[in-house]
Write a protein that binds this ligand. Structure first.
Ligand code: ADP
Ligand code: MN
Ligand code: MN
Ligand code: MN
Length: 381
């Protein structure tokens, strides 16, 4: 009989998770450790074949995975872990989809560090099914799952809906909530949204760059939960044209200045509004692809071209809650980011706009442009 020398040693499973050639290309693979580890620092780097995920050419295919954030694996249970990694070429250069590298440079700036920016994110998504055309194609085509199973009723009953035919696929957000809690993520709530089969979860309050790591991990868990229901979470900002809501990812922001302001929280916030107004076009570049289709000024959105803000306004780019005007809370809400935004870009650009006089705007534009070029080239390769 075969016996392993290692049968007595405890085993720990580490799921390495990373973003492939496009920021929305989540990938993962498992490593079995015979000596369990507890700390992120003890998780070793790994590598993968970048040519299979549109990150590298076949001739130069090795990509290095560097662990950046560890959570409990809610699917496998204790002592197993999930580890988010960012990606580098062997010579140390970040890959084209590694926006985390840029974000961490911004957050290392002492001015940004001292501003102590906190975020609360509202992630919306629509549950879809993959259309099976029988043709092998790189492009997937998704249909809202609700329309494959339920009568096509207009919007109105679904937002925070209760009951069959209204709260569609509730098991999914519910299981996702439990998974996030078991994993140790700072999930703060869930609600059904306006489009049939659309849901939202709130993440945070989280600090600075950790918001972005947590958001990617929470998205990963959502994909995994959906796998077992035969569903796909779609983050497209406007999957269905016409009188149907799209999906956003509102980002609620507070800083040491807004939290410390005793009587006049609007003071620092008004200064931020001037800075955001001046940087609007550059900021929007970082707020997700195809966002123009969503930011029409209808369906509780603002105009793409023009920055606006207002107390209590859900049609403005930025809403200042009444509670903040009354000094009961200290945050404001940037409603512009699309559901498919990369939080590394958004959290970093907000810091750049509010605290670094937007001096990195061109770096952001160039990084996004290079990423799009690299993606197009590698898809063709
Ligand atoms: P709505 O749907 O009305 O826009 P939500 O309740 O969905 O509001 O989201 C409000 C978000 O604001 C939550 O994610 C919460 O964590 C966040 N938030 C509350 N206080 C702060 C704060 N001081 N800094 C940053 N975010 C905050
Ligand atoms: Mn909300
Ligand atoms: Mn919402
Ligand atoms: Mn909101």
């Amino acid at each position: 009989m075969f016996t392993s020398r290692k049968t007595d040693s405890p085993k720990q499973l580490i799921e390495y998770v990373w973003l492939g050639g496009s920021a929305w290309d989540l990938r993962g693979k498992t490593r079995v450790l015979s000596k369990p580890v507890e700390k992120l620092e003890d998780i070793s780097e790994w590598n993968f074949d970048g040519s299979s995920t549109e990150l590298a050419t076949t001739e130069n295919s090795e990509i290095v995975l560097k662990p950046v954030r560890m959570i409990n694996d809610p699917f496998r249970g204790q002592p197993h872990k999930i580890v988010l990694c960012d990606t580098y070429f062997p010579d140390g250069r970040p890959t084209s989809s590694n926006f985390r590298e840029l974000a961490s440079r911004i957050y290392k700036d002492s001015v940004v560090d001292q501003a102590d920016i906190w975020f609360g994110v509202e992630q919306e998504y629509i549950l879809c099914k993959e259309e099976t055309s029988g043709v092998i194609s790189k492009k997937s085509h998704y249909v809202p799952a609700a329309w494959t199973e339920f009568p096509k009723k207009p919007q109105g009953d679904y937002y925070c809906g209760v009951g069959s035919g209204k709260a569609l696929y509730r098991n999914v957000p519910e299981e996702h909530l439990q998974a996030c809690l078991k994993a140790g993520l700072d999930i703060a709530g869930i609600n059904a949204e306006v489009f049939p089969g659309q849901w939202e979860y709130q993440l945070g309050i989280c600090k600075g760059l950790d918001t972005a790591d947590q958001l990617w991990l929470s998205r990963y868990l959502l994909y995994r939960v959906c796998e077992s229901h035969g569903l796909i979470p779609v983050f497209d900002p406007k999957p269905v044209e016409g009188d149907w809501n799209g999906s956003g990812c509102h980002v609620n922001i507070s800083t040491k200045a807004t939290r410390d302001a005793n009587s006049d929280r609007l003071g620092p916030i008004k200064k931020y509004m001037e800075l955001m107004s001046a940087s609007h076009t550059k900021d929007i570049e970082c707020y997700g692809e195809n966002n123009a289709l969503r930011l029409t000024g209808k369906h509780e959105t603002s105009s793409l071209e023009k920055f606006s803000w207002g107390v209590g306004s859900r049609g403005a780019s930025v809403r200042i809650p009444f509670s903040t005007e009354k000094n009961l809370t200290s945050y404001f809400e940037d409603r512009r980011p699309a559901a498919n935004m990369d939080p590394y870009l958004v959290c970093a650009k907000i810091a750049d706009t509010l605290y670094l006089s937007s001096k990195n705007s061109e770096v952001f534009s160039k990084t996004i442009e290079e990423y799009k070029k690299a993606r197009a080239a590698l898809v063709q390769h």
